[in-house]
Design a protein around this ligand. Structure first.
Ligand code: WT7
Length: 648
């Protein structure tokens, strides 16, 4: 099946934004010939500039690139105000709650609520341009209002995924030195209320001194504790605010938001995105990759706590003037047909999710999609990890009824938007293949010195020219930014952006992503740094040393497997494993829990003390050890560990 090619549906291609490979190459060749001219054309066409920019791309302080310098714009204008003339009554957001409650929010209402929230932040809490606001929110429309309200007044939001622990939340608040936290009492999942505000309370009792105010949205109306003077009730205060808050003219390069992500050390990185470049590419990819058209209803199942939720639930769809669906619940509750019922009920035209969700939906309800009318669907998207051919096939045949394009979108938190993806009206698709770089993106698979990796071999996935929506820096740590992304690969002697992924190019130019080349595990499409999990595990008193690796998992893609050396061998027992997982839950959150733990006498280290993770990965997969073990401090340890893992 991997040799099969699926051509775009001609009926659909006819009206698509980019409707043939010729059209694709016309754009890409224009970018190759005149890179700045190419981007200038789109920036002028798409962005509602308050003041014009003077330079398209400023490379003078590489790799701290600047795009559209000195231009002024506002992202909330780009996403709301400029649509009001002709779309005031169109749905901007369609919200469906866990229990099936629906709210249709028009662009006029979105404007009103965003303006009120902006006024509240500005007038009541004194939030000013450049201040950081942390959002610890469930998937409710107020999360979108809060994001847009921040951008309206020039505050920098930093969303912390609701699955992170108090400890993780506190660390992120402190790194960003945030002034305000916006949260909710909690929300609903699988028919039951769950809580968030108490986690904020915990975080702030441990630190986070910079926080002056906590704004609480009421969603599930469960009882919560209020800290006098610090905590404020959104639902009460918002009624007093005016629905008019002029938007702050922002410089193109002003930071738009921070989003923390795992890296190769224990400390998460605050990825900083810019204003103009980010919103431009969010909008363009929305129009191209999802082929968003008038009257479309688009649904992305991500959480706003991840980059997909930023770019493809809020900023991209709204900048493009679309209708975006927000869902509070999980796609398999109350039954395996929930997602498909929603697609039917809301007339959804584009559906975007992750391979882990596709595998889960497939496993729990193979024929479930057939029970619903999914005939409006045109484009199906996937993101987060390489999709396996069986999941792809089910998605294509059963969900898409063999007539929808599948866009396997490859990108990262740091790229801001899609980098490599099929275009639904143009690209002949190969299953489970990200295909080609999008027009304007110079993606190359190279060796460290910049020589192209031979066809069919694994190389480093690099983006060799800066692009508008790229990460600008790591908050408070420009050196780490340089080292993390521009330290590994060079082209023509100059450092180029390395994604951390491996990839292969085929004879015909098709690109397949092969996965991370660094110590990062991809759990359910989310990045988890091994160092971060190890740092958490080390906090347990019984632990002397630890190494974690990814272990293939049927639904999650990869699960976390920990090799732990105890200070005292006699402590080893099942209860200790539970206790260690509790520490992880406290330090990071449930998303980082280990699927399995093996207590081992030691971990394989080189004589210089470096853990040989490759050996540990092979052991967990049950593969034969092909690496040279003679350089190990104690080669006999490998056999001992293999025996323990086999017996476990
Ligand atoms: C990493 C980025 C981008 C939003 C979700 C995750 C992997 C992402 C694909 C894909 C193969 C993919 C990469 C990347 N990845 N999309 N279509 N095919 N791998 O964002 O947490 O920043 O993780 O996810 O390894 O580096 P993230």
């Amino acid at each position: 099946m991997s040799e099969q090619i699926f051509n775009p549906n001609p009926e659909f291609a006819k009206d698509a934004a980019i409707n043939s490979m010729d059209a694709y190459w016309e754009l890409q060749n224009k970018a190759i010939e005149d890179y700045e001219g190419y981007w200038k054309g789109f920036a002028d066409e798409k962005i509602d500039w308050i003041e014009p920019y003077d330079t398209v791309l400023d490379e003078s302080n590489a790799p701290f690139y600047k795009w559209f310098s000195n231009g002024k714009l506002n992202v909330s204008n780009q996403c709301i105000d400029r649509h009001l003339a002709d779309k005031a009554d169109q749905d901007a957001i369609v919200f469906e709650g866990d229990k099936g409650d629906v709210q249709n929010i028009t662009y006029a209402q979105l404007s009103e609520r965003t303006n009120k929230m902006a006024n509240l932040l500005k007038n009541k809490f004194g939030v000013k341009k450049g201040d950081r606001v942390v959002l610890y929110m469930p998937m409710i429309p107020e999360a979108a209002y809060a994001m847009l309200a921040c951008t309206r007044i020039g505050a920098i939001h930093s969303i912390v995924f609701g699955g992170f622990s108090a400890e993780a939340l506190k660390d992120r608040i402190e790194d960003a030195e945030a002034k305000v936290v916006i949260t909710a009492d909690g929300a609903f999942r699988k028919g039951k209320p769950y809580m968030l505000k108490n986690v904020v309370d915990d975080a702030l009792s441990q630190g986070g001194e910079s926080i002056e105010s906590v704004l609480v949205v009421k969603r599930n109306n469960e009882e919560i504790t209020w800290v006098e003077g610090r905590d404020h009730n959104y639902n009460e205060l918002i009624t007093e605010e005016s629905a008019e808050c002029p938007f702050e003219p922002m410089e193109s390069e002003d930071p738009l938001f921070l989003l923390y992500t795992s890296g190769s050390t224990g400390k998460p990185k605050g990825v900083q995105h810019s204003t103009a470049g980010y919103i431009l590419w969010a909008q363009m990819t929305m129009e191209w990759v999802f082929d968003l058209r008038q009257n479309d209803v688009y649904w992305c199942t991500a959480d706003i706590g991840w980059i997909t939720g930023h770019t493809y639930i809020v900023y991209g769809p709204l900048a493009a003037g679309g209708t975006t669906v927000m869902f509070e619940g999980v796609p398999t509750y109350p039954d395996a047909g929930r997602a498909w019922k929603m697609v039917q009920d809301h007339n959804i035209t584009q559906f975007y999710t992750a391979p882990t969700a596709i595998r889960l939906l497939h496993k729990t309800g193979e024929d479930e999609p057939k029970k619903y009318d999914l005939s409006k669907l045109r484009v199906l998207g996937t993101v987060g990890e390489p999709i396996d051919p069986p999941a792809w096939k089910w998605y294509y045949e059963v969900v898409g009824n063999s007539k929808c394009a599948i866009v396997d979108t490859y990108w990262q938190t740091e790229t801001g938007g899609h980098m490599i993806s099929p275009l639904p009206g143009a690209t002949p698709i190969k299953p489970a293949c990200a295909t080609f770089a999008l027009p304007g993106i110079m993606a190359e698979i190279i060796e460290e010195d910049g020589t192209p990796t031979p066809v069919g071999e694994k190389g480093f996935m690099c983006i060799t020219k800066p692009w508008p929506s790229m990460i600008r820096t790591i908050w408070n740590d420009p050196e780490r930014f340089k080292k993390s992304y521009f330290g590994d690969c060079k082209k023509d002697g100059e450092p180029v952006y390395f994604t951390g992924d491996g990839a292969m190019i085929a004879e015909d130019g098709y690109i397949t992503i092969t996965g991370r080349t660094d110590d990062v595990i991809n759990v359910s499409g989310h990045r988890m740094g091994t160092a971060e999990v190890e740092a958490a595990i080390k906090k347990h008193d019984s632990v002397a040393a630890v190494a974690v690796v990814g272990k293939p998992h049927e639904i999650k893609g990869e699960g976390i497997f920990a090799y732990i050396v105890l200070k005292c061998v006699d402590d080893a027992c099942e209860d200790l494993k539970i206790e260690i997982n509790k520490v992880i839950k406290k330090e990071i959150g449930a998303i980082a829990l280990c699927d399995a733990i093996a207590f081992v006498p030691d971990v394989p280290k080189t004589r210089s003390g470096k853990i040989m993770r490759r050996i540990l990965r092979s052991i967990v997969k049950g593969e034969a050890i092909t690496q040279d073990t003679s350089t190990l401090e104690d080669p006999s340890i490998v056999g001992a560990i293999e025996k323990i893992v086999k017996e476990a």
